[in-house]
Design a protein around this ligand. Structure first.
Ligand code: NAD
Ligand code: ZN
Length: 346
């Protein structure tokens, strides 16, 4: 089979490798669509984080969907069987740590990630743990099914704590996940959605998907604009998807007293932050978001997607055969992509 193989150097190679076989508790999936995430870019670019974590040589990639073609021993057919259309929950929990045993697998202490800590899915066939398979309706388009994983990040972030219904919301960072969160906030009845990003194409997309006000932090005083738009009160909710220090500070400064912040964005390193004024005296509540709740978030994802409350296709910027991978990774690197979908069978 063809697979996107990662050696311990920048870039990747599309090569022929043997098809994997499922072991106990695993399934073999014919991969019909994959999507590229920021994590894949770190691995592709072979940066310091990737060098310290990724066990090259190995197939990478994690966002995927496909058809189950074989099940290993010990797989419960009530959960998943040959012929099912599945997406992958990409976080593989250990099942025996304190968090796993108390119903919080998404924050497993021994978490392993598909395509990062174990072989990935940029390939014609991939093996995943049966426990990580989410069975889709058979009529869900492949590219939509693949995007449910990052969409789950947006859903968990947006619906955390008090949620966003009838609340004013600031979304910092309009990458694919921030853009999906704007759709969730719109579908969930947010009363005002303000979005920030220094990329005009992404701000345009944010407006198209339901943001009421978009702000470019390079040319606008974000905090002032937020207070102006909220009658001087600040927003009820901050949804943070940039991982950028300036955006995080602006977000907390824009938050109303007693407000709620959900943080998904990951800064490159430690950041400076005014804890006393921006959280303590404000009596703000803050929720850190890791992955998707297994599988509470997936049930929420399914309802939003299959009942047409959101349109995940709106964030797809490329839809190409995997043989075009170089052009797509370059487009992401150059900032000319939102969410690329790659098709391994073409
Ligand atoms: P992305 O990098 O495409 O999006 C980040 C966006 O932030 C970009 O559009 C960028 O232009 C914007 N940005 C940069 N500086 C800004 C500023 N000063 N103000 C406002 N916006 C600014 O990433 P993504 O795929 O959409 O993911 C969003 C974030 O979530 C990333 O930091 C990613 O690492 C993180 N993430 C976390 C988890 C988790 O489990 N916690 C999972 C997936 C992704
Ligand atoms: Zn665990």
């Amino acid at each position: 089979m063809r697979a996107l193989f990662k050696e311990a150097r920048p870039g990747a190679q599309l090569i022929e490798v043997p098809e994997p076989t499922p072991s106990h508790g695993e399934i073999l999936v014919e991969v019909m669509a994959t999507s590229i995430c920021g994590t894949d870019m770190h691995i592709y670019n072979w940066d310091a984080w990737a060098r310290s974590r990724f066990p090259a040589p190995m197939v990478f990639g994690h966002e995927m969907t496909g058809k189950v073609v074989q099940v290993g021993p010990g797989v419960n057919p009530d959960m998943v069987k040959v012929g099912d259309h599945v997406s992958a929950e990409t976080h593989v929990a250990c099942g025996h740590c304190l968090q796993c045993r108390t119903g919080r697998k998404h924050i497993c202490k021994n978490l392993r990630i598909l395509g990062v800590d174990m072989p990935g899915i940029f390939a014609q066939y991939a093996v995943i743990p049966a426990e990580n398979a989410w069975v889709n309706d058979p009529d869900m388009p492949w590219e939509v099914a693949s995007l449910q994983e990052p969409f789950g990040n947006a859903v968990q972030t947006t619906l955390a704590g008090p949620g966003v219904s009838s609340r004013t919301v600031l979304v910092t960072g309009c990458g694919p996940i921030g853009l999906m969160a704007i759709q969730v906030a719109r579908a969930s009845g947010a009363s005002l959605i303000i979005a920030t990003d220094p990329n005009e194409t992404r701000l345009h997309k944010a407006r198209e998907l339901g943001a009421d006000l978009t702000l470019d932090p390079r040319s606008t005083d974000v905090v002032k604009a937020v207070y102006d738009a909220t009658r001087g009160d600040g927003v009820d909710t901050l949804l943070e998807f940039s991982g950028n220090q300036a955006a995080i500070r602006q977000g907390f400064q824009s938050l109303t007293y007693g407000g709620h912040a959900s943080l998904l964005g990951i800064p490159a390193g430690a950041i400076e932050f005014d804890l006393a004024n921006d959280i303590v005296f404000k009596a703000a509540t803050v929720t850190g978001i890791s992955g998707r709740k297994m599988f509470e978030t997936w049930y929420q994802v399914r309802e939003l997607v299959t009942r047409g409350k959101v349109d995940l296709r709106a964030v797809i910027s490329h839809h190409v055969p995997m043989t075009h991978f170089e052009a797509v990774f370059e487009a992401v690197r150059a900032g000319n992509a939102i969410k690329p979908v790659m098709l391994p069978q073409e």
